[in-house]
Design a protein around this ligand. Structure first.
Ligand SMILES: NC(=O)c1ccc[n+]([C@@H]2O[C@H](COP(=O)([O-])OP(=O)(O)OC[C@H]3O[C@@H](n4cnc5c(N)ncnc54)[C@H](O)[C@@H]3O)[C@@H](O)[C@H]2O)c1
Length: 461
């Protein structure tokens, strides 16, 4: 891919100069820590661009799968893994290899703990793993979504404290430059991928980069410019961290707004989907968001709380975030009472009814269950005494996770007619909705998947 040379050399540091040259001629060794939904695709992108890439993960099973040519992410094929391996990609659980890397990109989870507060355990642990193997001249980039200040206040002190050579991160706050053989470089660059959305190629998503100093920004920009067409430089890691949170809070708040308007529209007998489609024809000032059964995924239900937690340190209450959270988390309850109402109209009680939940992934056409509203809906339906089954082409089974323990097996879609109610939670493209409506006794649709079908069996909620 042609690189857009937006990033210019302005450093006198020789180790940085050397790294920049290696990044430009693609001989720099790229290490990716955390080979999940973000880290593995990133590793493959660098490998495609002919960089020598090493993937690090604490999950030995993932490491073994990759090193034997397998894949554990639905949309990543074994062919892609094979191609990367033929270009030298290897996975390892051995942190001592970190010292061989020129750059280290951290893509580890940033969940919430049981009190819905940021859980930075993975970032801290990764920092502790890197620190003893850190070398002068290396570039460390954090990609995990987190609150502003994490890179400078949490990651950098761990790296500085834990390395054996007294290395320090180059920083714009330093009064005078550090000795070249005592310096490493740090930046934050958020991952902005939208899983399952193939309308924008990954390389066309501009890459935001904020370094601890100008050299760190240049190095990170140069590295990413080999795979992303446009680099957007911001002045600090905190600005880059906040950029990612702004993007996700914008989504969270707007989804809450449209969910609230959906509840009102249902009461008023207005079709919210028709309204959104009409409003979307305005060529400026309106961006459509769609209602649903509640938020899901690793990002939108989680990230806003990273900021509201941090805001408290500044004696600041993030009211939009709290209100949006309140509305979005109430949606699964709305879905369950809609199912009860729909069954009632069929002279059936929820207690004892057989309900088939269609789609458990948190959004369509992906194999990700994290924070999926389907899990909450299933638990709530079960509490009401319903006999709940599910179908999802991406999940043959649903077991136990951070916030759920369901132990269910996928029911074949051919069995639709055996259920009192089919509840569409995730509108996967693979489903034949016309057939499902024809065969089902009752369909409750939370996604407007049946919007083009006219049938008295359908209840939109
Ligand atoms: N999934 C997305 O679509 C998406 C999009 C944008 C941003 N993000 C952010 O990216 C980050 C990573 O998310 P993800 O979806 O890839 O998570 P994931 O759970 O799919 O993958 C994380 C990986 O990190 C590994 N890991 C944990 N601790 C480690 C350590 N100390 N050293 C090495 N590996 C370690 C885990 O074993 C796992 O394989 C999160 O902060 C998330 O918020 C995710």
């Amino acid at each position: 891919m042609p690189a857009t040379p937006e990033v210019k050399v302005s450093t006198s540091s020789s180790s940085a100069d050397q790294l920049k040259t290696r990044l430009e001629n693609r001989t720099a060794k790229i290490g990716i820590m955390g080979l999940g939904y973000v880290g593995l695709p990133l590793a493959l992108l660098f490998s495609e661009e002919k960089f020598p890439v090493t993937g690090f993960d604490v999950d030995k099973k993932k490491v073994d799968t990759l090193n034997t040519g397998g894949s554990y992410i639905y949309r990543i094929t074994t062919t892609e893994i094979g191609q990367a391996r033929s270009k030298g990609f290897v996975a390892t659980a051995d942190p001592s290899k970190i010292s061989e890397m020129d750059t280290i990109i951290i893509c580890v989870p940033t969940p919430l703990n049981e009190y819905r507060e940021p859980d930075l355990t993975y970032i801290r642990d990764t920092g502790e793993m890197i620190a003893p193997h850190l070398r002068a001249g290396q570039l460390v980039v954090l990609e995990s979504t987190t609150y502003p200040g994490t890179t400078e206040e949490i990651l950098v002190p761990i790296l500085e404290r834990g390395n054996k050579h007294g290395l320090k991160a180059a920083s714009a706050h330093n009064a005078s430059p550090l000795a070249d053989d005592k310096t490493f470089y740090v930046a934050f660059s958020p991952e902005r991928e939208d899983p399952g959305n193939d309308t924008v190629a990954r390389c066309d998503i501009p890459k935001v980069v904020g370094g601890m100093d100008a050299t760190a920004s240049e190095l990170a920009g140069t590295m990413y410019n080999s795979i992303f067409r446009k680099i957007v430089r911001v002045s600090t890691p905190a600005a880059a961290e906040m950029t990612k949170l702004l993007e996700n809070i914008y989504r969270c708040v707007n989804i809450a707004l449209v969910n609230e308007l959906k509840l009102l529209s249902l009461r008023m007998g207005i079709d919210i989907w028709e309204v959104i489609n009409a409003a979307s024809t305005k060529p400026f000032g309106f961006h459509p968001f769609y209602p649903g059964p509640g938020l899901g995924g690793h990002c939108i239900p989680v990230d806003p709380y990273y900021l509201s937690w941090k805001a408290k340190e500044w004696d600041f209450q993030t009211r939009f975030i709290e209100l949006a959270g309140e509305i979005n988390t109430s949606m699964p309850y709305h879905v369950v009472s809609s199912v009860a109402g729909a069954l009632n109209k069929h002279k059936k009680a929820m207690n004892g009814s057989k309900i088939l939940v269609l789609g458990v992934a948190y959004k369509k056409d992906i194999d990700d269950l994290r924070e999926s509203p389907a899990l909450t809906v299933i638990e709530l339906l079960q509490k009401e005494g319903a006999e709940v089954s599910y179908n999802d082409p991406y999940f043959p089974t649903v077991g136990k996770g951070r916030h759920y323990d369901l132990q269910m097996t996928c029911t074949p879609i051919e069995k639709v007619k055996e259920f009192d109610c089919v509840l569409i939670i995730t509108n996967h493209s693979d489903y034949d909705y016309e057939k499902i409506v024809n065969e089902a006794k009752l369909v409750v649709d939370t996604r407007n998947a049946t919007g083009n079908i006219k049938s008295p069996k359908i209840v939109h909620c």
